[in-house]
Design a protein around this ligand. Structure first.
Ligand code: GRG
Length: 291
């Protein structure tokens, strides 16, 4: 069952991170950082990386630092996303958002510290990938997180509120805001598997499309999900005037679009045969999920 696999995987990521932070010097930010990243969230980006690793026989040990780093960046983006100056949400993962629990200044600093922790994790001298791979992974993660990636996507998301935008503009925004981190998850495995530049690019594009699918599912949950299961406020997108494919196309058309996207993604990984079993299940889960 994918739910059990996700839970098992999330515990593994949490344990690694708790252990990693324990070995660092103490600071006042450890508690809000842990609050924002540990014991909550599906950790699906890490799961996807392990699934992609299986396509190329890459062990979890070779990927774990990057998986934990991705989850740090993701949680950082959620902590900042919930701030009053961004999406102004007070509930995240079924508990008060980090700024509600610790205050806004602390939430900003805890988020920033998770961002930098991600790069510490990847460049750690005990992490056994080559220096060349570390540099390439760091560059890719920086590109996917900054103004050409999630931060840039978030800026577009905020600018698009209450504006009439074209489908192509919304897709571009969502591919940056949500897709780029999934792009990174795929590309990073390509780097560790020593794939060619062309192969790494194709892996990235595939990941980005899975990110778009993930965002579509997130938009469906905003309409039809249960607040308890999703762990955050629902039915906010329309109220906030968010530009989403769902708001533009309507539920039926958007669902058809998402289903076609999923089919095309599954076709792309078919060539890996049995090795793609876990990845296919995760992709099915992404569109069918209720949390
Ligand atoms: C530069 C990293 C960075 C952040 C600053 C605030 C911001 C810019 C970006 C926000 C990006 C954002 C919130 C994208 C939404 C992606 C999304 C669908 C989140 C929900 O992800 P899940 O369902 O959450 O994986 P859990 O709680 O399971 O981890």
């Amino acid at each position: 069952m994918i739910k059990n696999q996700l839970k098992y995987n999330a515990d593994k990521i949490d344990k690694f991170l708790i252990n990693y932070i324990r070995k660092q010097k103490k600071s006042l930010l450890v508690s809000p950082m842990k609050y924002g990243v540990i014991s909550g969230g599906k950790k699906i980006r890490a799961k996807i990386m392990f699934d992609v690793g299986k396509l190329f026989n890459i062990s979890e040990k070779k990927l774990i630092n990057i998986c934990v780093a991705v989850e740090c960046i993701h949680s950082y983006s959620l902590i900042h996303d919930d701030l009053p100056c961004m999406d102004n949400d007070s509930i995240r993962r079924g508990k008060p958002a980090t700024h509600k629990k610790y205050g806004e200044a602390t939430a900003v600093l805890a988020g920033n510290s998770l961002l930098t922790l991600a790069f510490e994790l990847i460049t750690d001298k005990k992490y056994s990938i080559t220096h060349k791979q570390k540099i390439e992974v760091v560059k890719s993660l920086a590109e996917c997180s900054g103004h050409t990636g999630i931060a840039g996507g978030q800026q577009l998301d905020l600018k698009f509120e209450n504006k009439k935008k074209k489908i192509s503009q919304i897709i571009d925004m969502q591919k940056k805001k949500t897709g780029k981190l999934f792009n990174f998850c795929f590309k990073a495995v390509g780097i560790i598997a020593n794939k060619s530049t062309k192969e790494k690019e194709s892996l990235g594009i595939l990941g980005e499309n899975i990110g778009l699918l993930f965002q579509l599912a997130d938009d469906f949950l905003d309409i039809k999900g249960s607040k308890k299961l999703v762990g955050k406020q629902i039915q906010k997108d329309a109220k906030k005037g968010k530009s989403t494919l769902l708001n533009l196309m309507g539920y039926k058309k958007a669902y058809k679009y998402a289903n076609n996207l999923k089919k095309n993604i599954l076709l792309k990984i078919e060539k890996h045969g049995k090795k793609a079993k876990d990845l296919s299940e995760t992709i099915e889960f992404i569109l069918g999920r209720n949390f």
